[in-house]
Design a protein around this ligand. Structure first.
Ligand SMILES: C[S@@+](CC[C@H](N)C(=O)[O-])C[C@H]1O[C@@H](n2cnc3c(N)ncnc32)[C@H](O)[C@@H]1O
Length: 222
């Protein structure tokens, strides 16, 4: 059964999908998303996954510079809008689904992964990060952006939203996010805070290969 917060998110974003691209608040989110996308430094060999893609703006923007770009979102309305807006672009694809559970993609299928202004809706946040790491290929890059709970004003807002907004699970501090990323095996973690510290963009990479840990040679006993 779907988490009640996800049911609420889906209904909320289905409604919002009709006006999402023109609303003032989403123009601000778009600005952030562009910045996050640029941190992935996409190239022609990349395969991008945008988790909680909304109407697919980042997927369309990336399409010209990558091999393939995929958007994933729980809202049928957002996915429908994304497909309409991307009509005629050959290398993009939109998949409807819930992040709570295993992503419907193979291990290491993507070389770059983006997730902006959506993580606070995910009921199983640690598991989501672990699954992001799973679908990322060795050497792949990952950027997650969301409100920064380490900022006092954002902390206060998050506390209110956790009680008042049916679709809100919780914002996280960059420190918490970095810890989960490290746990999931991602490395080279860096954080940029923007908008006077209200928003944090965290970037990480999946190591190409884990260094072989050879057992320490035992001293010969004489
Ligand atoms: C505020 S919008 C952000 C969209 C886009 N990433 C952006 O930066 O403009 C949040 C998105 O998260 C999606 N979402 C919320 N909960 C989700 C879940 N459990 N699984 C997948 N997507 C989810 C919503 O449908 C919505 O499109």
């Amino acid at each position: 059964m779907q988490d009640s917060r996800t049911v609420a998110a889906r209904a909320h974003f289905d409604r919002w999908s009709r006006t999402y691209d023109t609303a003032r608040s989403s123009r601000m989110m778009r600005e952030i998303q562009r910045r996050a996308l640029s941190k992935l430094e996409l190239g022609p060999d990349d395969i991008l996954l945008d988790v909680a893609c909304g109407t697919g703006a980042a997927v369309r923007e990336a399409a010209g510079s990558v091999t393939r770009a995929v958007g994933f979102d729980v809202s049928a309305g957002m996915i429908e809008k994304a497909r309409t807006l991307a009509d005629g672009i050959g290398n993009v694809e939109f998949v409807e689904g819930d992040i709570s559970g295993r992503l419907p993609f193979a291990d290491g299928e993507f070389t770059a992964l983006l997730c902006t202004t959506a993580f606070h809706h995910f009921p199983s946040q640690q598991e989501a990060i672990a699954d992001f790491a799973r679908v990322l290929a060795p050497g792949g890059r990952f950027v997650i952006g969301d409100g920064n709970r380490a900022n006092l004003a954002v902390f206060a807002l998050d506390t209110i939203l956790r009680r008042a907004q049916a679709s809100h699970v919780g914002l996280r501090s960059p420190r918490w996010t970095a810890k989960q990323l490290r746990r999931a095996g991602l490395r080279d973690i860096s954080v940029e805070t923007i908008w006077r510290g209200f928003y944090a963009l965290t970037r990480a990479e999946k190591p190409v290969s884990r260094r072989l840990r050879l057992p320490t040679p035992r001293r010969r006993e004489r």
